[in-house]
Design a protein around this ligand. Structure first.
Ligand code: SF4
Length: 227
């Protein structure tokens, strides 16, 4: 995982008929190997986006083993579930991580819409955080939804101009649970109540995959992982 420019990365696989996808060399690597190489290249200019779902507990644990001062941030919209805030506190206490908080304030008094709210809260906050980084790490997994099915382990986030690292891209749900159990890590109790994916309280219902997010609104992504 060298700090390749997109053009340099495209020239790495002459055996292929066309340009190799950026970051293709990371695909055979394990999650820990992907993270280790990303840390070697980009720490401290790299941070994990954490929403206190089970995948991020795995990644916090792996990252801290690699580098004790790994950077982890969360976007606090102010309307997260009480269980999420409790998981946040527990994860900090149990692992020693100190989570950087990006405030995502409520939009003004204009009529509410999911797209505007996510854009003005989550996406704008993410852009502020990423502006100072060379790479960001996410807990995205391919099996979570059709919109995530082609997520690379290492990709160039061209819209934001930095590397996007998704070490768990090829992990199954069972692999995540096995890791949490093996290392006795805390996780959001809402997962045990049927919430496979957990976002803001007003916009999340129980459901598998990401079907509980903005249920009934024809919306599946907030915009953090689009583009
Ligand atoms: S998930 Fe819902 S409450 Fe949270 S930022 Fe998006 S629209 Fe707003």
């Amino acid at each position: 995982m060298r700090s390749l420019t997109p053009e340099a990365g495209a020239a790495q696989s002459p055996a292929l008929a066309g340009p190799a996808p950026i970051g293709i060399e990371a695909e055979p690597l394990s999650a820990r190997e992907v993270l280790a190489r990303a840390v070697a290249e980009h720490h401290p200019h790299m941070a994990l986006a954490c929403s206190f779902q089970k995948e991020e507990a795995v990644l916090v644990h792996m990252l801290l083993e690699l580098v004790p001062d790994a950077r982890v941030f969360t976007i606090d919209t102010g309307v997260l579930f009480p269980e999420t805030y409790a998981t946040w506190r527990e994860l900090e206490q149990r692992t020693g991580v100190r989570v950087e908080v990006i405030d995502a304030l409520s939009p003004d008094g204009r009529p509410w819409s999911a797209d505007r709210c996510c854009g003005e809260r989550k996406v704008a906050a993410l852009e502020r955080m990423l502006a100072g980084l060379d790479a960001w790490v996410t807990g995205v997994r391919r099996e979570q939804s059709s919109t995530r099915a082609t997520t690379p382990k290492l990709g160039w986030d061209s819209g934001r101009g930095l590397w996007k690292v998704s070490p768990l891209a090829d992990w199954t749900e069972d692999q995540v649970w096995d890791y949490l159990e093996e290392h006795d890590l805390p996780y959001n109790p809402l997962h045990d109540r049927g919430y496979a994916s957990i976002g803001c309280a007003p916009c999340t219902l129980p459901g598998s995959g990401r079907e509980g997010r903005w249920a009934g609104q024809g919306k599946t992504e907030c915009g953090l992982h689009v583009g």
